[in-house]
Design a protein around this ligand. Structure first.
Ligand SMILES: *[C@@H]1O[C@H](CO)[C@@H](O)[C@H](O)[C@H]1NC(C)=O
Ligand SMILES: *[C@@H]1O[C@H](CO)[C@@H](O)[C@H](O)[C@H]1NC(C)=O
Ligand SMILES: *[C@@H]1O[C@H](CO)[C@@H](O)[C@H](O)[C@H]1NC(C)=O
Ligand SMILES: *[C@@H]1O[C@H](CO)[C@@H](O)[C@H](O)[C@H]1NC(C)=O
Ligand SMILES: *[C@@H]1O[C@H](CO)[C@@H](O)[C@H](O)[C@H]1NC(C)=O
Ligand SMILES: *[C@@H]1O[C@H](CO)[C@@H](O)[C@H](O)[C@H]1NC(C)=O
Length: 404
């Protein structure tokens, strides 16, 4: 998967009377709470009991990046954070990594990240680190049970200790990304951008769910600034109004072509959501009609975008290599096409399930043991290479524990 940067220093927005975001925000490896974008990032101590902690001696580092937890224990099959959650809830998980040469090896480790029983992705922060940037990864998941586990694990390429700098577990509303059955799939973020923006990225409190919308600008496109705000609650994904404030546009009669995401993608299925708003003052005449296609295939034939805004999405769209989005102005439209924001996630099938009664039995056993093996955390069986030490599981559709 592709890491994304965020700048080491961020500007802080002015305090507003907003409800606090719902979730867990961890300043990994630190005993202290630190504030970022109005959110308190607390110590990770209550959520994990393995690993070692250290601090990075570098001036002007964002506080959440200045400490980390790392996992030197080579015998452990996974290292897990566990969160108590409501049954059948939906979360956005963000892992943040800043290597900072904490181990003196001058080479960031490559390792796996795992959610519940599903391998999420490989973490490779080398490229960002060489540019002096941190990396982050995001995934949208459904949690069937009462525990959500986020784990790191070594893989065949891991040469030194896996580590983590910050961990966000953000609660989402039922309607968000609801076209995907999160009982069968997870959505791993590829890109989330606000087009025509040059400045800071958008985050909490502008986005109530603390999603990060990276600015995306280029010299190829004309930009527009909206004269009115959309109501986020008019959209199932509840995008922040600020993501619609700027956009790309094109002269009437021309097609708007956008190479986005701006890097090649592996051939698989993706969730794509595109957001549009007419930028002019609200009036019965403020609308633009156009069609959208992706790599030549029709994505949405007839869009009619007013100042209230529109979202179009596809839950399982095949992409491979470079992506070109083409917006073609419809006959009779008073203005050319416009586009304000977009999100692309890779669709990841869930890695199976472990028999719930077996999980419960093992969890009861775990509670009764004084010093259980350090990797008895997260899913007991899955992913199979990362099962609990000493536990053998059968490879049925629903995994069964067959020996202890
Ligand atoms: C964040 O922490 C400060 C002080 O530690 C506290 O006063 C404030 O209420 C906390 N904010 C939230 C949203 O929990
Ligand atoms: C990590 O912590 C463990 C347990 O506290 C300790 O035994 C070990 O020496 C530490 N490892 C390193 C590399 O500091
Ligand atoms: C990690 O990423 C770097 C830079 O993109 C690449 O050169 C390297 O081969 C990757 N490492 C592994 C083990 O995949
Ligand atoms: C998503 O949520 C909206 C708003 O509640 C609802 O109208 C829609 O049917 C839901 N879609 C799916 C696929 O469940
Ligand atoms: C688009 O919607 C507006 C109302 O917002 C309407 O007046 C206009 O006729 C529609 N255009 C098309 C091409 O459907
Ligand atoms: C889980 O295992 C129990 C006991 O072995 C069995 O009765 C039950 O049918 C299994 N559940 C599923 C969903 O396979």
């Amino acid at each position: 998967m592709l890491p994304f940067f965020f700048f080491l220093l961020l500007t802080f927005s002015i305090s507003q009377a907003l409800p606090p975001p719902r979730g867990f925000y961890l300043n990994c490896g630190s005993p202290y709470t630190t504030k970022l974008n109005e959110i308190n990032y607390t110590s990770d101590r209550g959520f994990i009991n393995v690993g070692n902690t250290t601090a990075i001696k570098q001036k002007d580092l964002l506080p959440i990046l200045s400490t980390l937890r790392y996992f030197p224990d080579k015998s452990s099959r996974k290292h897990c954070y566990n969160f108590p959650v409501a049954k059948n809830s939906k979360y956005l998980i963000r892992t943040t990594y800043y290597y900072g040469n904490f181990d003196g090896k001058n080479s960031p480790p490559v390792f796996d990240q795992i959610i519940g029983g599903t391998k999420w992705s490989v973490v490779n922060t080398s490229e960002d680190y060489s540019k002096g940037q941190s990396s982050y990864y995001e995934i949208v998941v459904g949690v069937p049970g009462r525990t959500l586990s986020v784990c790191l694990a070594k893989n065949a390429k891991t040469l030194s200790s896996p580590f983590i700098s910050a961990l966000d577990v953000q609660s989402l509303e039922d309607t968000m990304y609801n076209s995907t059955d999160l009982g069968l799939y997870k959505l791993s973020l590829i890109a989330r951008n606000s087009f025509g923006v040059d400045g800071d990225m958008i985050s909490y409190p502008d986005d109530q769910y603390n999603r990060l919308w990276q600015p995306f600008s280029d010299k190829k496109h004309q930009t527009v600034t909206s004269q009115s705000s959309v109501n986020p609650l008019d959209f199932w994904n509840i995008p922040p109004a600020k993501a619609f404030m700027e956009g790309f546009t094109v002269t009437k009669g021309k097609a708007l072509e956008l190479q986005w995401p701006p890097f090649p993608l592996p051939a698989t299925k993706y969730y794509i959501a595109l957001y549009f708003q007419d930028d002019r003052s609200p009036s019965p005449l403020s609308w633009r009609a156009f069609g959208a296609s992706i790599n030549g295939a029709t994505f949405s034939r007839k869009l009619n975008v007013s100042t209230n805004g529109v979202m179009v999405y596809s839950g399982q769209w095949p992409l491979s290599g470079q992506t070109t989005i083409t917006l073609t102005t419809a006959k009779g439209s008073p203005m050319g096409a416009v586009i304000n924001a977009g999100e692309v996630f890779q669709v990841i099938p869930i890695g199976g399930a472990t028999n719930i009664s077996d999980v419960t039995a093992l969890e009861d056993l775990l509670e009764s043991i004084d010093e259980p093996p350090v990797d008895w955390s997260g899913d007991p069986c899955l992913p199979l290479p990362n099962s609990w030490t000493g536990v053998t599981c059968s490879k049925e559709k629903i995994n069964k524990v067959i020996s202890l």
